[in-house]
Design a binder for this molecule. Sequence first.
Ligand SMILES: Nc1nc2c(ncn2[C@@H]2O[C@H](COP(=O)(O)OP(=O)(O)OP(=O)(O)O)[C@@H](O)[C@H]2O)c(=O)[nH]1
Ligand SMILES: [Mg+2]
Length: 404
Amino acid sequence: MKIRRYLGSNTQEAILKVKMDLGNDAIILNTRKVRKKGLFSFFTKPMVEVLAAIDEDYGSKKEKNTSSRDEKKEVMKEEKSTPKVSEKDEKISELESKVINMESMLQKIYEQFQGNGNKQQAAASQQQDVQTVLKQDENKKESSKVLQLFHNNLVKSEIEADIAKKIMDVVREKLGENASMNEAASLIYKLISGMLGKPETINMRNDGKPTVVIFVGPTGVGKTTTLAKIAANYALNYKKKVGLITADTYRIAAVEQLKTYAEILGLPITVAYSAIEIKDAIHHYSDKELILIDTAGRSYRNKSQFEELKSLVLASEADEVYLVLSSTTSMRNCKEIVSNYSFLKDYKLIFTKLDETLTNGIILNTRHITGKKVSYITTGQCVPDDIEIANIDKITKNLLGSIT
Ligand SMILES: Nc1nc2c(ncn2[C@@H]2O[C@H](COP(=O)(O)OP(=O)(O)OP(=O)(O)O)[C@@H](O)[C@H]2O)c(=O)[nH]1
Ligand SMILES: [Mg+2]
């Protein structure tokens, strides 16, 4: 018994194919609607599948008949005479047994078809699994590349290696290696801006007494210029009564420098040569709302100068101390500077000369090392314009860098 499958756009077409191939003796075992395989099969019209069977001998009989057709033409004509009754019965019982065989075969074929279908399905899903794993792998590679790019940016921004690592460790812990560019960027942004904290400027006293602020820091970082910028802003924009004191008596030019700013701004200025004179000067300004004290730049390597500075800061009983640092300082030197100024109980950070650097790494590093609040940043030599309250958003974006 031969079993074959025929496809047609409709039942008639499929049955015609059966008859063309197997002849009129073919038995139709089953018909069903099927769809072609493929990505867009769902959108195509279903086909009709016909499962047809024919006696195994049919083909050979057909061949034999065809090959000896001419020779036997005459004989066949003779044989066409009506068969005997016993022969008919024999044929019927033979057909019956064939049908029974066919049924069981059909069952087997059906089961086989099912099995194949399952196997095909399993193979297809296996293939899909492999593709998913490959895709995940690809994504993983892509995302770990994303995290690597962000890490590189932090290092390029001159963020200390241990701080950059800490940030990326949190990112990996919270988002995993599969973090997308946006997820990673927004988390790193949050972490950095959180580390930088909210900037804090001068907290004015509200008990009627003047708020005393003293500026300290290494030589030439921009203490005097920054003090002049702040004085101008409080006097001109906030309309505060401001008094200036300079304790930088090491250089005549230093005193003259602040005197010039005071004259331009129309603010009083007092020169203090010692810790006691500072106390007197502050007392003298009791009618003022804000007193700003300039100090001489101190090399952090000069111990005796540092002792003098300590006594000045103590004598001033300043409400606030500002450590002025230039953003052009190397991180190595900056660490040494802040360790030398660790005698200060509390202070806020001012970063100058941001116009001279590309990266803002020093701000995050120093904030992280000292735990002190960031306040102002200065961006040029122009008094009073080139100063602003540290813009955490801008600094964070600068540190985050861009990824293309
Ligand atoms: N580019 C740039 N230059 C600045 C900035 N702030 C100050 N300067 C310049 O830095 C130089 C030193 O400024 P000063 O204000 O005298 O510095 P200082 O810390 O008072 O110096 P000493 O009193 O000698 O310790 C001056 O030429 C300033 O104009 C800034 O934000 N950007
Ligand atoms: Mg100065």
